[in-house]
Design a protein. Structure first.
Length: 682
């Protein structure tokens, strides 16, 4: 353009000078206008930027105040520390060492290293935590410090450090509290006496305590098997818990996981943990290994069964012992020397009686009884096992009859070897002693019976030989007799001896039948008054002594009853036969009458009589009071057997020199009874 102006000037000399001036003026005006406009734009931009800077500064200051941030400056050239924002003791400049004195001694070395690293230019920004306080009485505060560096022109290293300090004390304390609480819960979790583990909502293992790791045979703090297997795929959760609707679950079962060599019994409880909205967050598992408890339970159950069986055995034994003691009339007794008492037990535990030694002594009958004397000084006399047999008044029976007791004693010592008492058995031996006495009497009786049998055999031989000799002898003589009177006399003698021999054989047969089969009774309805007349008519012929009168006493015309008439006639016959043998003058009276719902039959004679001490013996077998009188000694014993078989009674009333009355009473049902008149002869 300038070239065009020069060319134009050269070609137009007339117009050249005024045009150039106008161009210069225009250029100046335009330049001034542009400068003015640029100046106004720059001023506005500076003002806007200044305003934004002020606003940003206000915002930053407001943010620092809200966040409670303290800003300090550290002038490395002048070694000065001062406040930039916030108020503290650093309102007035302090040296670096003065500032470090406000820092906790344990953090001072770290702070020096921190400042050294920033001041050397090793880093332009850095962070650290330390504790500080602005006076000796305030508590240590936890501060988070963030620092940046600035450099001035001409310096190779930073000249200024600007550090922001935020008080983190509350946050630190909260973190420490949470950490402490977490440690406590972790310790509780680890030291729990039951196994605990946690799973997330999907069934993945989060953690397990020591007991759970031991129960599940973990390889370490974590376990590859359980970490790789989902909770909902393991038994017993798999068959009992719905993974889409987890509910609380409890089970006691045998856990068998072959991969972990688990074959134990576990008590397991599953508990879902939900948030406030009910959403499943975690799953808690509590487990307890009850294998040993199960073994203890099974052993306890077995022990209980054994104890129950033992108790039943003890109960059975005690019952048997009690039965045996009752059957044997036996008691257990136990003494205490300290209080001088004695207790009697019926069985092992049932106490029946208790008394003092002095009271026990009064039960002994014989004065000076040895055991009674020993109870006065028991420590001297019961050191060794002893046994006594003594007569006493009954201890356990409501009776006045004396009894024989056998008392056995065994000493009892305490753990120091001191004699404290004794115990033993007391048994009523009365029946045994009575049995011994009966056995003694029966032995004597058996011996006497043997002797009597020998005598009986001798007598029987003599008794049989006597009538046989008479029968044979007089039978030979009868052939030589010519007189009829002599023949009748011999026939009468032969007839009497035959009758005697027949009675002897009948007695022997009766005794033999009684010993082999017992006495057989055959009751029948009979008119005893008529039967009595008939037997008396036969028996009267046996009384041949003219000095003896045979008297029949029959008070009834008719007496119908049910008896074994043959046996009763046998008794009457034996009574009369004995009376004939021992009565030489006077009378023999036979009679009967009704008494006490039965028949009372008697045979009264005026013979020699029987001593009082012999009255019962005459009813025994083979007993003869006079060996010179014919007889086997069996007749009255047969009468006694008949009386006993009829449930009646038999006896004799006698006085020596005045005679005897043998009698028999038997019960019977009298159906018809007709009494004779006073003037009517029987």
């Amino acid at each position: 353009m300038l070239t065009h102006l020069l060319l134009y000037t050269q070609t137009n000399d007339f117009y050249a000078i005024p045009l150039l001036a106008w161009l210069l003026v225009a250029a100046v005006v335009i330049a001034f206008t542009v400068v003015f406009i640029l100046n106004r734009i720059i001023i506005r931009r500076v003002r806007a930027k200044s305003k934004r800077t002020v606003d940003l500064t206000k915002m930053m200051r407001h943010a620092l105040e809200i966040s409670d941030t303290h800003v300090i400056g550290i002038d490395l050239l002048q070694d000065s520390v001062y406040d930039i924002h916030g108020e503290s003791v650093l309102a007035e400049p302090h040296t670096t060492e003065q500032f470090i004195n406000y820092i906790h001694p344990d953090d001072q070395a770290s702070l020096r290293t921190f400042l050294k690293r920033l001041g050397s230019g090793e880093t332009t920004t850095d962070e650290m935590r330390f504790r500080c306080r602005w006076d000796d009485r305030s508590e240590w505060r936890y501060v988070h410090c963030t620092a940046i560096t600035e450099r001035r022109e001409g310096f190779s290293k930073p000249t200024l450090i600007i550090a922001t300090m935020i008080d983190k004390t509350d946050i630190q304390k909260e973190q420490e509290r949470i950490s402490d609480l977490t440690d406590r819960y972790q310790q509780i979790f680890e030291q729990s006496i039951i196994g605990l583990s946690f799973y997330d909502a999907k069934g993945h293992l989060l953690g397990a305590n020591r007991i759970m790791r031991e129960i599940c045979h973990f390889d370490g703090e974590t376990d590859a098997f359980f970490s790789s297997h989902n909770l909902f795929d393991l038994q017993p959760v798999r068959d009992n818990v719905d993974r889409h609707n987890v509910e609380e679950f409890w089970v006691c079962t045998q856990s068998q996981i072959t991969e972990k060599d688990m074959h134990n019994y576990i008590e397991l409880r599953l508990y879902p943990i939900r948030d406030e909205q009910g959403k499943l967050m975690y799953i808690s598992i509590a487990a307890r290994d009850v294998t040993e408890e199960r073994q203890i339970y099974l052993q306890a159950k077995l022990n209980e069964q054994q104890i129950q069986k033992a108790n039943e055995e003890i109960q059975r034994y005690e019952t048997e012992l009690k039965y045996m003691m009752e059957a044997c009339d036996m008691r257990v007794w136990q003494t205490s020397f300290s209080d001088r008492s004695i207790k009697f037990y019926k069985g092992l535990s049932t106490m029946e009686l208790e008394m003092t030694f002095d009271e026990f002594e009064t039960y002994f009958v014989n004065e000076g009884e040895e055991i009674a004397e020993n109870f006065r000084h028991p420590e001297e006399h019961f050191k060794e096992p002893v046994s006594y047999l003594c007569q006493m008044r009954p201890l356990f029976h409501d009776t006045d009859q004396l009894q024989w007791n056998q008392i056995n004693s065994i000493p009892v010592y305490d753990k120091n070897g001191r004699l404290t008492g004794c115990f033993g058995l007391i048994r009523n031996m009365s029946k045994a002693i009575e049995a011994q006495e009966r056995l003694k009497r029966e032995t004597e009786r058996a011996n006497d019976s043997g002797r009597m049998k020998s005598v009986f055999l001798a007598n029987m031989t003599h008794e049989i030989r006597t009538p046989l000799n008479a029968i044979v002898g007089f039978s030979d003589l009868i052939q030589t007799m010519e007189s009829s009177d002599d023949k009748r006399e011999l026939i009468h003698i032969i007839h009497n001896n035959c009758d005697m021999l027949l009675r002897l054989i009948n007695d022997i047969l009766a005794i033999s039948a009684m010993d082999s089969n017992g006495l057989i009774m055959q009751p029948e309805e009979v008119d005893f008054a008529q039967s009595f007349d008939e037997i008396c008519q036969s028996l009267a012929q046996r009384v041949e002594n003219p000095n003896v009168e045979f008297i029949k006493d029959n008070p009834y015309k008719s007496l119908v009853t049910s008896i074994d008439n043959g046996r009763i006639q046998q008794v009457i016959t034996n009574f009369v036969t004995n009376a004939v043998k021992y009565t030489h003058q006077g009378h023999i009276r036979v009679g009967y009458h009704e008494r006490d719902n039965g028949l009372y039959i008697f045979c009264e004679d005026t013979g020699a009589g029987i001593p009082k001490d012999q009255c019962q013996k005459v009813f025994e077998r083979f007993v003869k009071l006079n060996d010179y009188i014919q007889g086997t000694g069996l007749g009255l014993s047969i009468c006694k057997a008949i009386a006993e078989r009829c449930k009646g009674d038999i006896g004799v009333d006698s006085e020596v020199g005045k005679g005897s009355t043998f009698w028999l009473w038997i019960p019977c049902d009298i159906k018809t009874k007709i009494t004779r008149n006073d003037n009517e002869q029987p």
